[in-house]
Design a protein around this ligand. Structure first.
Ligand code: C2O
Ligand code: CU
Length: 511
């Protein structure tokens, strides 16, 4: 009997899915390459649930001219109290960590003038946005400091600027929560770790007029992990602490750096005083390498919640869940209902993929009554599932690790000047992406639909738009990708920032 390739593929996918049924599988069960590694802090971390959940300020436009709202941000170093009683040197947008939150409207373009006051180059990327390539923050499109003679990756197509640069965001992708972060070639991991990340919301009338909780009942949550030095500064295993010459991390951390303190909106294991009603949570995993499988626990029991959206905006209809997987770069839009919890009770947001303190994220203290904050409509938004029949081309990309050559895509390390795929503008392609290791994969400048049924527990009915997708070890996902946003050169990569810095990246150019 002969077994066709297709049968083999289906069988191995089935086996992969089955081995994760327990949901607690460790990083890459059958994988022997580098794995994310815990970096221990040099100080005793604070007690959980003692700091109130902060919210980054909403950034105000400096002017609203017809057709465009203008914003400005300065990237600089500052000292912030992150752990009670300690000062941390942060590299932040306007000196904040996370940076200010953008509140924007669908199809209302904005321009952002970014000034770099750091001693190193930056590249500024709006993750999840449709932009022209010159505003995407391509890793070599650097904003150099006034004076710099350190490492700059060679790329003849790079367009660098000095001290400041203007980015244009048309906001014509589906309304959702995006996030912005540094994308400097070879140094993204350490620069994001030092604080260069923030949230960016786009809304439209349909959503604002819906009965979903809003205002005080909608909480953007920027979740990440960090480690700290004895003096309260962030600890990170860079080979060059100045981030000027030598890229990369100490060898043992090349699979990713995991912190041992959870920060939500920049506060360690915070608490939030909640009303007995519904809350909409805009979740972002802004960690370099840590995966979260989020759950709510109250009184020793799981509290189910409702997912209403993904990276690319609202789902068609709400989905009840007990837990949700959020890998680095991914966002989820959920509604949790505290109306049945007694006053004085608590609900903990926990991470099922970690033990001990790292299994805790934050706590909601149910402290007062309120009028109902909203409801979840049965129909959320219009999503048409993409059909395979409309696909003009199939491409395969395999992400792998080789002990000599490092992280490779289709056996090649990143080269900014090599184009690895050239989809035609307006076409839809099917990309089959597989990986040796367990990693999220992210594409710039587009959104896609995952076409495999049974992709980590998602039902086929749950059609959603994504820009980042989690791959299990030895799993293959099929992505239906319409290249309709813009022509030009964009990157796709592992959204594990340490691996991305080690060249786990490739180019596509929409032509
Ligand atoms: Cu979150 Cu290349 O980006
Ligand atoms: Cu991105």
């Amino acid at each position: 009997m002969t077994i066709s390739r297709r049968t083999l593929m289906v069988t191995s996918l089935g086996a992969t899915a089955a081995s994760f049924v327990g949901g607690r599988a460790a990083y890459g069960a059958s994988w022997h390459g580098p794995q994310p590694r815990l970096l221990a802090s040099d100080l005793t971390s604070p007690a959980a649930f003692t700091v109130d959940l902060p919210f980054p300020p909403v950034l105000k436009a400096i002017s609203a001219e017809p057709g465009v709202d203008r914003y400005a941000l300065e990237v600089r170093s500052s000292r912030l109290e992150i752990l009670p009683g300690f000062q941390t040197t942060v590299w932040g947008y306007d000196g904040l960590f996370p940076g200010p939150t953008f509140e924007t409207r669908e199809c209302q373009p904005i321009s952002l003038t970014l000034r770099n006051e750091l001693p190193v180059p930056i590249a500024h990327h709006l993750h999840g946005a449709h932009t022209l390539p010159e505003s995407d923050g391509y890793p070599t499109d650097l904003i150099l400091p006034a004076a710099f003679n350190g490492h700059v990756h060679a790329d003849r197509r790079a367009v660098t600027s000095q001290v400041s640069r203007v980015y244009q965001y048309p906001n014509d992708q589906r309304p959702s929560m995006l996030w912005y972060h540094d994308h400097r070639m070879d140094f993204t991991g350490p620069q994001v770790w030092r604080g260069l990340a923030g949230m960016y919301l786009t809304r439209n009338d349909e959503e604002l007029n819906s009965p979903l909780p809003l205002g005080d009942f909608e909480l953007p949550l920027h979740i990440c992990d960090r480690s700290f030095e004895r003096n309260g500064n962030f600890k990170y295993p860079s080979l060059d602490p100045e981030l000027k010459e030598k890229m990369g991390v100490e060898h043992s951390f090349m699979g990713g750096v995991l912190g041992d303190v959870v920060l939500v909106n920049g506060a360690p294991w915070p608490r939030f005083t909640a009303a007995q009603t519904l809350y909409r949570l805009r979740l972002l995993n802004a960690s370099n390498a840590r995966w979260y499988e989020l759950q709510f626990q109250t009184n020793g029991q799981l509290l189910p919640f409702t997912q209403i959206g993904t990276d690319g905006g609202l789902l068609r209809s709400p989905v009840r869940k007990d837990s949700i997987l959020l890998t680095p770069g991914e966002r989820a839009d959920i509604v949790v209902d505290f109306s049945t919890l007694p006053l004085g009770s608590t609900a903990a947001l926990t991470n099922r993929r970690a033990q001990g303190r790292m299994s805790q994220i934050m706590r909601f203290d149910i402290s007062h009554q309120s009028k109902p904050s909203g409801t979840i409509p049965a129909f959320l938004s219009d999503i048409r599932p993409l059909e395979r029949t409309g696909v003009s081309r199939i491409r395969d990309f395999h992400f792998s690790y080789h002990s000599r050559a490092g992280w490779l895509i289709n056996n090649r390390p990143f080269d900014p000047e090599r184009i690895d795929a050239d989809p035609a503008f307006g076409s839809t392609e099917l990309w089959r992406i597989s990986s040796d290791a367990e990693h999220p994969v992210h594409l710039h400048g587009v959104h896609f639909q995952v076409a495999n049924s049974g992709w980590h527990g998602h039902h086929q009915a749950e059609v959603s738009w994504k820009d980042t997708v989690a791959l299990r070890a030895r799993q293959r996902v099929e992505l239906l990708i319409p290249f309709t946003a813009s022509r030009g050169r964009y990157v796709f990569h592992y959204h594990n920032l340490e691996d991305e810095d080690m060249a786990m990246m490739a180019n596509f150019e929409v032509i």
